[in-house]
Design a protein around this ligand. Sequence first.
Ligand SMILES: NC(=O)C1=CN([C@@H]2O[C@H](COP(=O)(O)OP(=O)(O)OC[C@H]3O[C@@H](n4cnc5c(N)ncnc54)[C@H](OP(=O)(O)O)[C@@H]3O)[C@@H](O)[C@H]2O)C=CC1
Ligand SMILES: O=C(O)[C@@H]1CCC=N1
Length: 264
Amino acid sequence: MIAIIGAGRMGEALLAGILHTGRDAAEVLISEAREDRAAELCQRYGVAAASPAEAAARADTLLLAVKPQDMVAALNEIAPALPPGRLVISVAAGITTAVLEKHLPAETAVVRAMPNTPALVGQGMTAIAAGTHTLEEHLDRAETLLRSVGEVVRVPEKHLDAVTALSGSGPAYFYLVAEAMIEAGVLLGLPRPTAERLVTQTAVGSAAMLRDSGDHPTLLREAVTSPGGTTAAALRELERHGLRSAFADAVEAACRRSAELAEG
Ligand SMILES: NC(=O)C1=CN([C@@H]2O[C@H](COP(=O)(O)OP(=O)(O)OC[C@H]3O[C@@H](n4cnc5c(N)ncnc54)[C@H](OP(=O)(O)O)[C@@H]3O)[C@@H](O)[C@H]2O)C=CC1
Ligand SMILES: O=C(O)[C@@H]1CCC=N1
């Protein structure tokens, strides 16, 4: 039995992804603070709801997806009901395995994970790191579970704030670029639905090339950039507006914020 504690946006993405891979809904519990949200998800996905303590007592694997600011309160709710031998996976930004272990019974196996919302469609990217009492078997279990919603990599925990800044928050950066491109198309007089369709399929096609061609992004970009052509004119403007340093600063800010969230 798996329990998802905190079924907000990320919790739902993981829930949908896990069920999509054929796991029986009777084997999944959700625990969600907002009752109307819990009822809606139970109806949509056919899972049952439980209190955090009941979920802790019944599930072998607990997936904690509450906001970092709510994590200690959630840990305090589940800790008294958690039998030995359970696996606790947290997806909260910034919350270290040391914090998780401090608020759980001694020797609890914890895994800190950083997924992203494309898990909802089975295209997530998750990085995982082990806690002090986490055995290979626990990491394998976490990896198998999270692989049901996309790709998984193992990283040392010291890299998880950077991972959070890059792939955890990353979908938002791509969506912002998509929004900006759609607006630029509308500015040039394209009907909005046409601009949306052009940008969406361009994003999908570019992502497929990035993943499947085996070529570095630089090579792919160069292949689009004809000498003296339109792309070179556009890229010069993006460089002039500091796109690369904007990304460097943005990702650094996200990494710093992730580290701050650990401090509560
Ligand atoms: N959104 C994303 O793309 C990603 C998010 N994450 C991490 O996932 C976590 C959740 O983020 P997100 O889904 O965006 O946030 P949400 O606020 O959408 O979801 C969290 C949910 O948990 C509920 N909740 C709070 N406390 C408890 C509790 N004790 N027991 C049960 N439910 C509780 C909240 O209710 P209420 O609103 O009433 O507080 C809310 O519905 C965060 O820690 C975030 O860092 C990780 C990777 C990506
Ligand atoms: O914005 C956040 O804090 C969370 C963590 C990564 C993505 N969303």
